[in-house]
Design a protein around this ligand. Structure first.
Ligand code: INI
Length: 153
């Protein structure tokens, strides 16, 4: 039985990272993790483009532009939606999540969900290179694997 699995080799991959400025003290850490993971796996600096957007809610719009441009093998979405910051947490988190998923399905380009949706700043930081892992690195790995899997399929 044929089995397909994307490699974690990023050499030659062109990647757009869409990152939200809201809660930048968290999202910058996510960005650093994603960039260093891509670099360690062989991506060239010139092949990694970073696009800043105001907040998580704007991520799907820019991700859609990037995915449809034909310029990228994968799009990585990074943001931090923190419940304590907003009375409309569900709308911002839900809209962002749905929009990113819809963009991936509509365009066929891997559009990776690296958006933290958490209850507190502590939870956000612990998932941005603290004791609970690094969502930025995870998102970059998923992007590499999916971009390579797409080529195989
Ligand atoms: N954007 C975020 O990325 N994180 C948040 O926690 C957040 N809160 O708390 O409201 C947030 N709001 C801004 C939103 O994403 C849009 O930028 C804004 O509503 C303009 O459309």
């Amino acid at each position: 039985m044929p089995v397909l699995e994307g490699s974690l080799d990023a050499e030659g991959l062109r990647v757009c990272i869409v990152v939200a400025r809201w809660n930048e003290f968290v999202t910058r850490k996510l960005l650093e993790g994603a960039e260093s993971c891509l670099g360690e796996r062989g991506a060239r600096k010139d092949d990694v483009t970073v696009a800043w957007v105001p907040g998580a809610f704007e991520i799907p719009t820019a991700a859609n532009w990037a995915a449809r441009s034909g310029r990228f093998d994968a799009v990585i979405c990074l943001g931090a939606v923190i419940r304590g910051d907003t009375a409309h947490f569900e709308y911002v988190a839900g809209g962002t999540t749905d929009g990113i998923g819809a963009t991936a399905r509509e365009t066929g380009v891997p559009v990776i969900f690296g958006v933290l949706t958490v209850d507190s700043v502590e939870q956000a930081l612990s998932r941005a290179g603290g004791k609970d892992g690094h969502k930025g690195e995870e998102a970059a790995q998923a992007a590499i694997e999916m971009a390579n899997l797409r080529r195989l399929i």
